[in-house]
Design a protein around this ligand. Structure first.
Ligand code: SF4
Length: 454
């Protein structure tokens, strides 16, 4: 498997092999599923929509609903206006959502369908809504699609009544439902009234009740999205994914925002807690401090197995940067840090982390791919690989311990239900990382070094 990857590295610009990203509409669909009673709609061919749904369903192990404009040859040549008119009429009649969130695809973007004008002309039933975002997949990645759909909802729906609602808007970035629950728990501990948008908890981790719910109980409500303009402040988590959405909220409605990394590990969770503390003006509660102390204690206890270990990290930019911060806190060396999303800010931020912790000889690259990562590993290997399920072939080919984190995780269960954010998520990650390294030590050590107590 992957035996033919050459170790000789050429600087490729025009070709990606085994890309470390997927297409914009996947992100748009994921964002739309974080809105209550929303039907995401793919304006393109059925094949695209099937793929987008499949990748999300396989990661979350839950149905990811979406409708399609079902382009055929006619729409591809003459435009998809009539398909969208028929689709929205059918969707409201059959599936009764409160809102349809339309995203474009490569095909509808290439032929130049003007979604803004199409939507203005739609006959939308009273009390129902249609919003859209442009998500051409030949640019950016699913991360960009997520941000664009978030901004699509904001552009169509947010308002300012002039009466501040006392709430803090939290843009949580691309995280799992388990992470959203942990972030909400921290906000509740800090006694900050927050509106999380989008919020897939309850939707993509719906409990088994024996009855299928097309719209599981969860998601940010339309009223809450409208109220974002009345927020007193905003916290945007994920410096790559959420910079533009946060700026939009500030420009449109003068909501001041704090842009932070995803709160993974000690320092980045501290930053989130401090941002909440500025809103609440309360002392950090003792139980949250105790959680932090337990993570620090675990970092110290496991240090003898993590210190100096070389690790390769890949995946979406914000989670990779946050995981890089965590492994640096654990004394590890993030030898290779890549994302497939072409955002140079990623490279600068990763290099700033290397400098902050004095980690030398580390490489960071945006717009990279897993082929390139494999080539680097073949030249100089690592002790651990951290990333999505797409790293498992490299882990097998090079016999490297592998910790799954980020998106997508297609070959394991439970990952989306448990957090990696917050102090609790940090404890979970350090447990996974140290267990992977210690399992490898047990497998490879000499018999006289094989100990029950480690
Ligand atoms: S054609 Fe474009 S939108 Fe459709 S699945 Fe492929 S990359 Fe995504």
């Amino acid at each position: 498997m992957l035996d033919l990857t050459p170790s000789e590295h050429l600087d490729r610009r025009a070709l990606r092999i085994n890309p470390c990203k997927t297409c914009q509409p996947v992100g748009a669909l994921f964002a739309a599923l974080g809105v209550e009673r929303c039907m995401p709609h793919s304006h393109g061919s059925q094949g695209c929509c099937s793929y987008h749904r499949t990748v999300l369903s396989r990661h979350f192990k839950e149905p990811a609903i979406a409708a399609s404009s079902s382009f055929t040859e006619g729409a591809s040549v003459f435009g998809g206006r009539s398909n969208l008119v028929a689709a929205t009429r059918n969707i409201f009649a059959i599936y009764d959502p409160d809102i349809i969130a339309v995203h474009t695809t490569c095909l509808s973007e290439t032929i130049g369908d003007d979604l803004g004008s199409y939507i203005m002309d739609l006959e939308v039933p009273p009390g129902k809504l249609v919003v859209h975002a442009n998500t051409p997949s030949y640019a950016g990645s699913h991360i960009v699609g997520y941000a664009r759909m978030t901004m699509g909802f904001m552009s169509y729906l947010t308002q300012k009544t002039g009466v501040p609602n006392g709430r803090c808007a939290v843009l949580p970035g691309w995280v799992n439902p388990g992470d959203l629950r942990e972030l909400k728990q921290i906000a509740a501990q800090m006694e900050v009234p927050c509106t999380f948008f989008p919020d897939q908890s309850g939707v993509l981790d719906a409990p088994m009740t024996g009855t299928y719910e097309l719209y599981p109980k969860g998601g940010t409500t339309i009223a809450e999205i409208r109220g974002l303009g009345d927020s007193e402040s905003a916290i945007a988590l994920g410096e790559i994914i959420n910079e533009e959405p946060a700026e939009l909220l500030e420009k449109k409605w003068k909501v001041p925002y704090t842009l932070l990394p995803l709160p993974v590990g000690v320092a980045y969770t501290d930053a989130f807690v401090m941002a909440l503390q500025r809103h609440s003006k309360l002392e950090v509660p003792a139980d949250l401090e105790a959680q932090r102390g337990r993570l620090v204690d675990l970092l110290l206890d496991s240090h003898q197995y993590t210190y100096g270990k070389r690790v390769a990290l890949f995946g979406d930019p914000d989670i990779v940067l946050a995981l890089t911060s965590l492994v640096l806190e654990a004394g590890m060396v993030p030898a290779y840090v890549i994302t497939g999303t072409p955002k140079e800010t990623f490279t600068r931020k990763a290099e700033a982390l290397f400098a902050q912790y004095g980690a030398e000889g580390c490489i960071a690259r945006a717009g990279s791919d897993l082929f390139e990562l494999h080539q680097w590993i073949k030249r100089e290997s690592v002790d651990l690989l951290i990333g999505s399920s797409y790293g498992k072939q490299i882990a097998r080919a090079e016999d490297i311990p592998f910790v799954r984190a980020g998106f997508p995780v297609l070959d394991r269960y439970g990952h989306s239900l448990l957090p990696v954010v917050g102090y609790t998520g940090g404890i979970r990650l350090i447990e996974k990382i140290s267990n992977a390294l210690m399992d490898r030590f047990d497998r490879d050590c000499a018999e006289e070094d094989f100990e029950v107590v480690m």
